[in-house]
Design a protein around this ligand. Structure first.
Ligand SMILES: *[C@@H]1O[C@H](CO)[C@@H](O)[C@H](O)[C@H]1NC(C)=O
Ligand SMILES: *[C@@H]1O[C@H](CO)[C@@H](O)[C@H](O)[C@H]1NC(C)=O
Ligand SMILES: *[C@@H]1O[C@H](CO)[C@@H](O)[C@H](O)[C@H]1NC(C)=O
Ligand SMILES: *[C@@H]1O[C@H](CO)[C@@H](O)[C@H](O)[C@H]1NC(C)=O
Length: 275
């Protein structure tokens, strides 16, 4: 077998092992990059420092990727949501709030609020890794309502977030009862006034109907080769832009449809180990 091939396969094996050990740092880095590049951070939420990677699975579609374009029909049924913690040090327990909001097209003034498509308080997590998000024991303030953006209004970004719900949780009086229909609320005001914690995990997808009569501003794609696993020292908000270790080059590895990056030094070490 060609050396490069064996090195690549060996690296892939190491990656699979790392993933099965819940070392999901690259997944964390990727979703952070997606939220920044889609301008969900800071326009919708001021910052995003997740401790788990969220998987959203629609019946008939499967697990979606961040920003995936889906049709109204594909997102009509309620999705399943699960989490893979960043690593074995992350403990996720207690009550959470699950929310889905329409952040509209890129460039939208989010201060005017978002359409609330799903809001469940008292959500719990079942299992270990992945952890299933269970809504059955919670209060479904707004039942899942599949997106139906206006014809021609462009690709709307639908964001699903899971937020820790402390014992001091106090939702606004008009959002405490079950079965309140879809309406506009203000996501970050809701998070703040309810005393919810920052999102532990989030995901988003796009839905568009008809031909857009508006052109959203261009966003940058996530360049996986520049991703760096979040570490204890580099995960603080705002530190990524000024990261001092940007000079080391990364090598992209295509794995299960998602492009992941491994530092070139890692490959160099593997080559060395093979000789
Ligand atoms: C979760 O919510 C339930 C129902 O409100 C409550 O009884 C329970 O104490 C909460 N658990 C935690 C860990 O806060
Ligand atoms: C999580 O959900 C999946 C899909 O419904 C199911 O197969 C699995 O048994 C669930 N795991 C737990 C721990 O509830
Ligand atoms: C709840 O009250 C807020 C503030 O008074 C208001 O802006 C919002 O429209 C109300 N929401 C619902 C669902 O009635
Ligand atoms: C585990 O993941 C969290 C969230 O990304 C991170 O803050 C922490 O530094 C990680 N811990 C270890 C031991 O890697």
């Amino acid at each position: 077998m060609h050396l490069a091939t064996s090195v690549a396969l060996f690296a892939l094996g190491a990656l699979v092992n790392a993933q099965s050990n819940d070392d999901n740092a690259l997944g964390i880095a990727a979703i952070e990059a997606h939220f920044s590049n889609a301008d969900l951070v800071p326009s919708l939420i001021p910052s995003f420092d997740p401790s788990a990677v969220m998987t959203v699975t629609f019946p008939g579609v499967g697990a979606i990727s961040p920003g995936q374009s889906l049709s109204k029909d594909q997102v009509a049924p309620t999705p399943q949501v699960s989490l893979v913690p960043a690593n074995s040090s992350v403990t996720l327990q207690g009550n959470y709030t699950l929310v889905m909001a329409d952040a509209d097209i890129v460039g939208t003034d989010e201060s005017v609020g978002q359409t609330r498509h799903w809001l469940v308080n008292g959500v719990t997590l079942a299992g270990t890794s992945p952890l299933n998000v269970s809504t059955s024991g919670g209060v479904a303030v707004t039942q899942y309502a599949g997106p139906a953006p206006a014809d021609g209004s462009g690709p709307h970004r639908y964001v699903i977030l899971l937020l820790p719900q402390p014992s001091t949780f106090s939702p606004p009086a008009n959002l405490t009862q079950p079965n309140i229909g879809v309406s506009v609320f203000h996501l970050t005001d809701y998070i703040t006034t309810s005393h919810l914690g920052p999102p532990v995990a989030a995901m988003y997808f796009d839905v568009q109907q008809g031909t857009a009569t508006v052109t959203p501003p261009q966003t940058s794609p996530v360049v996986s080769s520049t991703l760096k696993p979040a570490t204890a020292t580099s995960s603080s908000p705002g530190s990524s832009a000024s990261s001092s270790s940007t000079s080391s080059s990364n090598t992209a590895v295509r794995f299960g449809g998602a492009t992941l990056a491994l530092p070139a030094t890692f490959f160099a070490m593997l080559v060395y180990a093979c000789l």
